[in-house]
Design a protein around this ligand. Sequence first.
Ligand code: ASP
Ligand code: MG
Length: 415
Amino acid sequence: MSIIVQKFGGTSVASVTHIEHVARLIMAARNAGDQVAVVVSAMGDQTDRLDSLANEVDFNKPASRREVDVLLSTGEQITIAVLAMTLMKFGCAARSFTGAQAGILTNSSHTRARIQQIDTGALQNSIDDGEVPVIAGFQGVDEFGNITTFGRGGSDTTAVALAVVLKARECQIFTDVKGVYTTDPRVVDSARCMDQVTFEEMLELASLGSNVLHSRAVAFAGKYQMPLRVLSTFDDTPGTLITIEDESTMEQPIISGIAFTRDEAKLTVLGVKDVPGVAWRILGPISEADIEVDMIVQNVAADNTTDFTFTVSRDDYVQAMDILQQTTGITGIGAREVTGDNRIAKLSIVGVGMKMHAGVASRMFEVLAEKAINIQMISTSEIKISVVIAEEYIELAARALHAAFDLAEDSLTGK
Ligand code: ASP
Ligand code: MG
């Protein structure tokens, strides 16, 4: 018999009634012939509440991360017990497992722990005994027996990791949307739920603010080529299958999706000397402050000075600006001025089809030009073209590009 791992997110297990519905879905999958292992999140927004409880203790100082893990992990522990009880009520053998009981060993990096090893013995026994193991998402245990958690949204990663070690045929992520959309349906009415997308594309879409999957989970699934399906708990449709690139995905449109995030800011150091070491002197202090830099552009002027521009997440804007103002003054890189803008947004078009088609970038720029949208920065990879534009144009740009690249229509089925 083949195994599937099913993961249910917070909105899917928000109440006992929701959990009863989830139990029925699990039992239906068993009746269809699969053995099922289940991973769950905390009920509703329980993790947010636990998090604010931790903050309430001391507003001035962050709480001990070890204790935060002990606290946050209780959310999932509630769900596993309630779901196991519910399955039993319906006559389905079940057993709950905390991360530690499921054999999930992590490093000791509290609140952002990484899985090191999974001892599947206990889970395998439970499955062999005909039970449904119900495992707490987003938690594990370190070598000293401390409870650890993986960072917000980490239950997806638990599910994928278990699917890999249990050699599941598929890992199903149940959520409150129908699947992965070509772009944000709240912004573009004609956004379409995709049947299939590659790991590579999903990784770009996930890291760009299409919030349906944790990007670490996508990377993990891609590495082990574990087919991942995103589907709705509340709607009986097949959802979106995330899988490897094959003949069927080759036929897909050139562009699969459009992702955008408003949460960006850019900083520019004007008129620095065009000499070795400048980029490092500007960005070194930024990275020392643990601020993540995304796009970087440097343009050289005729007078041997350059303007150096980079983007950071909007939350880091003020701190990054402070750091720049201090460092440009003291390191002698000869900066004329530091400017910035935190009303920018990043939009990316993503598609493996770009590998085989030329002219995608120029088509994108043409569409933006037609709407008179100024492009401030550009970066590209093999399967992605990203632009930075003024935040106020982001919705207009998304709609225009969605239409121009025919994303509303499924090119294979013509639906
Ligand atoms: N409950 C955790 C969170 O809300 C983990 C998860 O749901 O993936 O972040
Ligand atoms: Mg989630």
